[in-house]
Ligand binder design. Structure first.
Ligand code: SF4
Ligand code: SF4
Length: 386
């Protein structure tokens, strides 16, 4: 991030008048000791280096609920800057704040430091069309290996990827799926590891440049957010068109395909959970809902808290995967059960993983409820992939 951008974000905090609106909506304030109001006060009065040494900064979920700040102070950006500061000082995230013994974080670090990139395009079905080079790229991040990493749950992200490619092929789009792109670096960025994040970003941009990419269709909201909004902060001349997959296939006429589905389906009551990075932060609310409700047999049920009011699943970058966030996830699952839904659909593999984990403990009472990624749901329900 440039000095000018850093200074602009920091200067804005001088306008804070301690109204506490941020605290009133902050999930971290509800479940633990992090107070965004106090954090901003400390950053202004004592300086960022002191504010960065407060261990409670690891409670922030980067959920964007505090966008209601009347002075337009970017609190999550300030938290990231504080975490970047902790990288230079000694205030690492406490163990309780790095779920799964930091495995996911380490997986990204290994990629950042390795000269070899993983081969990530071996998942398409035999009859599906894609190339390795081209101007329209399907960026899958680490989703091709996610099923193996989260093997405790049957998340079926590979079926989801196949469904997205099937939908693209059905509207005559044959994307490039380059084998050697790396993780977007989302989790490293949100953990304050700016250097390793930059290594990943530079690697990905070099590959995309070399293949003449113009449009990048992204399958994961966290990767989408980072490619669209964070890469341009660091990379000069960034001019890629970054699109989320639901927006892209709707713009390319997928609805006509869906409406031609002739077979009868058993009705399913489904609701949609807006992931923070896609909904509140990037304002993509409609395309996932339009897709979902046009899948034959789906009755879309409205939840009490939707769109900009949708709660955070309680975890970001695997930070905060703890009892507090489990409480938040259970609250949301209760909302879904109260609405008599059979399936909670989201577009974020992280949300799907975290809710699946919470659901596992609840399912004894309600074995019918499921959590699925929209792409997996399409693969199963529409394309009948197994
Ligand atoms: S909402 Fe904004 S102005 Fe109010 S306390 Fe929080 S940061 Fe300060
Ligand atoms: S981004 Fe979310 S968790 Fe972080 S301070 Fe804002 S409301 Fe709280």
């Amino acid at each position: 991030m440039t000095i000018q951008e850093f200074t602009a974000i920091k200067n804005r905090t001088l306008l804070c008048y301690q109204c506490s609106a941020c605290n009133s909506v902050c999930p971290a304030f509800r479940i633990e000791q992090f107070s965004p109001r106090m954090f901003i006060l400390r950053a202004v009065s004592e300086g960022m280096d002191k504010a960065a040494m407060d261990p409670t900064i690891w409670g922030c979920r980067s959920c964007g609920m505090c966008e209601i700040c009347p002075m337009d102070i970017d609190i999550p950006a300030m938290v990231i800057l504080a975490r970047m500061e902790t990288d230079k000082q000694v205030n690492p995230a406490p163990k309780t704040k790095t779920g799964h013994k930091k495995i996911f974080n380490l997986a990204q670090k290994i990629q950042a430091h390795s000269t070899n990139a993983p081969v990530l395009n071996r998942w398409p079905r035999a009859d599906q069309k894609f190339t390795e080079k081209g101007s329209t790229v399907l960026y899958c991040g680490m989703l091709p290996i996610w099923d193996s990493l989260m093997y405790t749950y049957d998340l079926e992200f590979k079926i989801g990827l196949q469904a997205i490619l099937q939908a693209l092929n059905s509207v005559d789009v044959i994307p490039a799926i380059p084998p050697h792109l790396k993780d977007s670096g989302h989790d490293l960025f949100y953990s304050g590891d700016e250097n390793d994040f930059l290594d990943l970003a530079l690697h990905n941009m070099t590959i995309l440049d070399q293949m003449g990419a113009r449009t990048v269709i992204v399958v994961n909201p966290e990767d989408y957010h980072v490619l669209k909004n964070v890469y341009p902060l660091y990379l000069d001349d960034f001019d890629l068109d970054i699109q989320f997959w639901t927006d892209y296939i709707l713009d390319h006429g997928i609805l006509e395909q869906l409406r031609r589905q002739a077979y009868l389906e058993t009705e399913v009551h489904a609701c949609y959970h807006d992931p923070c990075k896609l909904g509140r932060i990037n304002k993509i609310y409609e395309s996932p809902r339009i897709l979902l409700e046009n899948i034959p047999g789906v009755r879309l049920v409205t939840l009490r808290n939707e769109k900009d009011l949708a709660p955070c699943c309680g975890v970001t970058a695997f930070i905060g995967c703890d009892e507090g966030s489990l409480y938040l996830r259970n609250e949301r699952l209760q909302e879904v059960e109260d609405a008599s839904c059979e399936v909670l659909v989201s577009t974020c593999p992280s949300c799907v993983s975290h809710y699946s984990c919470a659901l596992d403990a609840r399912n004894a009472d309600n074995p019918g409820l499921k959590v699925m990624d929209l792409s997996t749901f399409m693969g199963r329900k529409l394309y009948k992939f197994t």
